[in-house]
Design a protein. Structure first.
Length: 314
């Protein structure tokens, strides 16, 4: 009899302990719900993604889209949202695709909805039934609208938040209608996610002016990026100095023509200068001949006079 009572007591104790653990688990989930800030914001939500093998990525709302090395922003635009309570929200991204490098053959390592909320996956064995639940209503990619047959399970993200993966090349894509694949999107058109939140202490603040938060990365759209290898050629073509170069080349030709026109005058002046000494020399020669002639005549006269004098003396 005592053994039976001991067994019953032990079972009751075990059952009580099990119930207490379950209660703690549910309570802990509820206690993790953050208090809203002074503006009534619980956290942010937005789109996160990573392209497998190309490695461009955006990890969450607190970071821009980056290249593989994390050194350059990838041009794209995001409309994240501030979550102010239970209700429906819309986030989107645009301006980016990797078809220029992949031809549409690359996969998404992941693509999904990132939330700064303490979301938990349901677990019957542990008695966890999430307090805060996010339901993805639909998503539009490349103009195709997908609705969800099964909801993605919240996973820990690389940042301090949760990620509901819609595309998942390392696992299974979300169960959607029509069927979802894990290929990267093929256009820069807006990708939108509509979702609903329940389980927060308060409802969404209607007409909240700061609900949508625009975040622009790089040039906002890859169409605004300079072409690879063509930047230098375009800058040269657009350079106004380069366009004026032919005019600058004509200037020396005009100068040379002007110089050639002036050369005859300079040549004649030079020739006249050369002729002047020649004329002077001719004149000098003429004067010298004249003087010699005069001297010769004088000598002849003197000779005649001397001869006459000598005759008279005889």
């Amino acid at each position: 009899m005592k053994s039976i009572l001991k067994k019953n007591a032990a079972m009751l104790c075990a059952g009580a302990m099990s119930m207490s653990f379950m209660a703690v688990a549910v309570t802990a989930s509820a206690e993790e719900i953050p208090e809203p800030d002074e503006n009534g914001v619980y956290g942010q939500a937005g789109i996160a993604w990573m392209i497998m093998d190309w490695w461009d990525y955006r990890r969450g709302t607190s970071e821009p889209a980056m290249d593989e090395m994390g050194s350059m922003e990838i041009s794209s635009t995001y409309h994240d949202v501030n979550i102010t309570g239970n209700g429906s929200y819309t986030v989107d991204m645009s301006g980016y695709d990797c078809k220029d490098v992949s031809g549409g053959d690359y996969y998404c390592g992941y693509f999904g909805l990132y939330l700064e909320l303490p979301l938990e996956a349901p677990d019957e064995e542990k008695g966890i039934e999430p307090t805060v639940v996010v339901t993805i209503d639909d998503v539009t990619i490349d103009g195709v609208k997908y609705t969800f047959v099964e909801q993605p399970i919240p996973e820990d993200s690389e940042l301090d938040g949760k990620l509901l993966k819609i595309k998942n090349a390392y696992g299974e894509p979300a169960v959607c209608e029509p069927e979802m694949d894990n290929y990267a999107w093929a256009t820069t058109d807006p990708i939108t996610i509509n979702f609903t939140i329940t389980g927060l202490p308060t409802d969404k603040i209607e007409d909240f002016p700061d609900e949508t938060v625009e975040k622009i990365c790089g040039n906002g759209d890859i169409a605004n990026d300079p072409p690879i290898g063509g930047e230098a050629e375009e800058s040269e073509a657009a350079d106004p100095v380069a366009e004026e170069e032919p005019v600058a080349e004509e200037a020396p030709a005009e100068t040379e023509a002007a110089v050639e026109e002036e050369k005859p005058e300079e040549t004649s002046a030079a020739e006249s200068k050369k002729e002047e000494p020649a004329a002077e020399k001719q004149e000098e020669k003429s004067n010298t001949g004249l003087i010699v002639g005069i001297c010769a005549a004088a000598v002849a006269v003197i000779g005649v006079v001397i001869a006459l004098i000598a005759k008279k003396k005889k």
